[in-house]
Design a protein around this ligand. Structure first.
Ligand code: CP
Length: 332
């Protein structure tokens, strides 16, 4: 994509995703979505959750529709959960294998999209390393087609933000009095960005972003958040602690990045560092985890961890989003 195209697109993502009646037409970013809409999606997601051991919830609300999973970056959780979510709503699901697709022969992203559109793929789930790609696609698809952002550069991962917020709400519903601490490579994290946007819309009490200087974000990308470089200060009396992976795939120059042992000692979310948080604080991680780097393995597996709940909630959130845009699509 050409960079000027990208800049133009990014400024408009928040309005592009809503129709004239403020219904969700695409999901590109949590920025600009109202607290009412976010809450409705979270409530819908709760509806799709069943107890472990029970059969997962199923409907036929997307029967006859086709979901295309177009992941131009690796994924386990997001891709698998969109696949399951689509199938559990009765849709056909196509998982395009990008590594063996004609993208490798130089086909452009738009020619790929038009090809899939011609096969009546109505819901396109897109992950890409470049900023602006989901919105670029949303601008070019036919009116009835929906685009869902499944991870975009360091900018946006809206369904991850929703599943993180749902998990927090299940354990700590009093958002106004909540302190959430996100620890790690904030600068390159689309997870931190989407969680921050959604949590702040929903009136979170305090949001702290903790990182070594090499991973500190520009403050203007996270308005209202407290940016901290000392882990103990950042975790003090926190209710929710989310550890983030170092996003090596998005770091051009590793100068100034601490070594693994030094990183874990100063920024690792561990039994020791969690002593600064509240005794009932929950531990989160979007995955994939690098145990022993950003998080201690036994903490990730311990009673304060809600990491597997995040994964479970991911399917429910993606069902809620697919169902919502599918209904809007059907009504057009
Ligand atoms: N959290 C997340 O996006 O994980 P995947 O990269 O495995 O999809």
């Amino acid at each position: 994509m050409n960079p000027s195209e990208t800049t133009e697109i990014l400024e408009d993502d928040a309005t592009l995703q809503l129709d004239a009646n403020d219904n969700l037409r695409h999901l590109l970013t949590l920025k600009g979505l109202s607290s009412t809409l976010l809450t409705e999606i979270l409530d819908d997601a709760e509806y799709y959750l069943t107890a472990p051991g029970e059969l997962p919830a199923r409907t036929q609300s997307l029967a006859g529709r086709t979901v295309g999973n177009l992941f131009f970056e690796p994924s386990t959780r997001t891709r698998a959960s969109f696949d399951l979510a689509g199938r559990r709503l009765g849709a056909d699901v196509l998982n395009l294998d990008v590594n063996t697709s004609s993208r490798k022969k130089g086909e452009s992203i738009l020619d790929t999209i038009y090809t899939l559109e011609a096969m009546q793929i109505d819901l396109m789930v897109v992950r890409d390393a470049s900023a602006g790609v989901p919105a670029f696609i949303a601008r070019h698809v036919k009116d009835h087609v929906c685009v869902l952002n499944a991870g975009e550069s360091d900018l946006s991962h809206p369904t991850q933000g929703l599943l993180d917020i749902l998990t927090i709400r299940q354990h700590k519903p009093d958002f106004a009095n909540l302190t959430v601490a996100i620890v790690g490579d904030i600068q390159h994290s689309r997870v931190a960005m989407s969680a921050s946007q959604g949590l702040q819309t929903l009136g979170i009490g305090e949001l702290r972003l903790i990182s070594p200087p090499a991973f500190a974000p520009d403050a203007d990308r996270f308005p209202g958040a407290m940016i901290v470089d000392n882990l103990a200060d950042g975790l003090k009396d926190a209710d929710v602690v989310m550890a983030l992976r170092i996003q090596r795939e998005r770091i051009g120059n590793l100068d100034g990045v601490p070594g693994i042992d030094e990183y874990f000692a100063h920024y690792g979310v561990s039994h020791a560092s969690m002593q600064h948080a509240k005794p009932d604080a929950i531990v989160m991680h979007p995955g994939p985890m690098n145990r022993g780097i950003e998080i201690e393995g036994t903490l990730a597996d311990g009673p304060s961890s809600v990491i597997t709940e995040q994964v479970t909630n991911g399917v429910a959130v993606r069902m809620a989003v697919l169902d919502r845009v599918g209904k809007i699509m059907a009504a057009r």
